[in-house]
Design a protein around this ligand. Structure first.
Ligand SMILES: *[C@@H]1O[C@H](CO)[C@@H](O)[C@H](O)[C@H]1NC(C)=O
Ligand SMILES: *[C@@H]1O[C@H](CO)[C@@H](O)[C@H](O)[C@H]1NC(C)=O
Length: 326
């Protein structure tokens, strides 16, 4: 039996990413076992890890490194730095989510891509990500984030909750927030919510991009599932002190041959910079990734790919790697 101290340490670490209940999944990873959908009884779905296994994983894989870029505390919310001041909405048509969108719909010639978002710990209130999500929305995006203030009557979200957001956007329910492009869909999330986003995108051809924040697959025996990921994946990770670091290094290499992928690390640890003003450097990086992907914005592309461009991620102290982009 593990000494009490290491058991406690694992529990505290598990609590820090918000996993509050002991659970095991029904999906059994096994080479060639590709279930129809990414759902599982564990939060985060088939790409995630059960709490029992997480404790073991964390005790065997301690992280170390500095967090020199981590923000101090939570900054005051703004309306974002983009051209369309944004805020959050509760929408009765999607009662277990919070919508982040421009305060007033942008002109009709502004086509807005749609994003779903899963929280750290598969938490059920996106409040910790408010600054970051408002920042994204202010550039003309509509985001359905899992959860709402006060929670949704369950301790963690599941893939089915995340998929409700995709269904809502895809079927045009977001049209009151502006001219939403229902075929330009990204699933995104932080930590457990990132694995939830990947499990939601799995076998769902409506999803065209996946953004993984501070996370990748924990267990080697689940990595074969990456064969079924057919859309570009971007990883924004918090450097060597982030529990997502080693796993993102592995997953990035294992993505299907030829698949465009992006991976950037900033020395923040697992918490990123989401609570900083406008989501800090993670806010800036993800906005520019989205503007490049969805609006073919050459300046944004250069910020991501060209270290010498003005305001490049490299000049912001990100370590960047990418492949297969044209
Ligand atoms: C939308 O139309 C306005 C007014 O004609 C124009 O100034 C703006 O650049 C257009 N925006 C886009 C994204 O096409
Ligand atoms: C909507 O998104 C698709 C990509 O999924 C893109 O090909 C299309 O041009 C977009 N439409 C508009 C009006 O921007």
């Amino acid at each position: 039996m593990a000494p009490v101290s290491s058991y406690l340490k694992a529990f505290v670490a598990a609590s820090a990413i918000g996993i509050a209940v002991r659970q095991t999944g029904t999906f059994v990873p096994k080479a060639g076992n590709f279930p129809k959908t990414g759902d599982d009884t564990i939060a985060g779905g088939i790409f995630c890890i059960s709490l029992t296994d997480l404790g073991t994983y964390l005790s065997r894989n301690p992280t170390s490194g500095s967090t020199s870029e981590a923000p101090r505390g939570t900054a005051q919310a703004t309306s974002g730095s983009g051209p369309y001041p944004a805020t959050s909405f509760l929408d009765p048509a999607l009662p277990k989510h919070t919508i982040f969108a421009p305060k007033t719909p942008p002109p009709n010639n502004v086509s807005m891509p749609f994003i779903t978002f899963g929280n750290g710990g598969c938490g059920t209130d996106p409040a910790p990500f408010k600054n970051f999500l408002i920042e994204l929305a202010s550039y003309g995006y509509v985001i359905a984030a899992v959860g709402r203030a006060g929670g949704i009557g369950q301790s963690q979200s599941l893939v089915t909750n995340h998929r409700d957001g995709v269904d809502w956007g895809y079927t045009g329910k977001a049209s009151k927030y502006g001219n939403v492009n229902t075929t330009a869909i990204t699933t995104m999330g932080q930590s457990c919510g990132g694995l939830e986003a990947m499990s939601t995108a799995y076998h769902d051809e409506r999803v065209k991009r996946i953004v993984m924040l501070n996370i990748a697959i924990f267990q080697d025996e689940r990595r074969y599932l990456l064969q079924e990921i057919k859309v570009p994946v971007a990883y924004f990770i918090g450097g060597k002190s982030d529990m997502g670091y080693t796993n993102a290094e592995k997953d990035y290499k294992l993505l299907n041959a030829g698949l465009p992928a992006y991976k950037a690390n900033l020395d923040t640890g697992h918490g990123g910079t989401y609570t900083a003003t406008n989501g800090g450097k993670f806010g800036k990086a993800v906005v520019n990734y989205l503007q490049w992907q969805w609006r073919d914005d050459a300046t944004a592309k250069a910020i991501l790919l060209d270290p010498k461009s003005t305001g490049s991620l490299v000049s912001d102290k990100w370590t960047v790697e990418y492949k297969n982009w044209t």
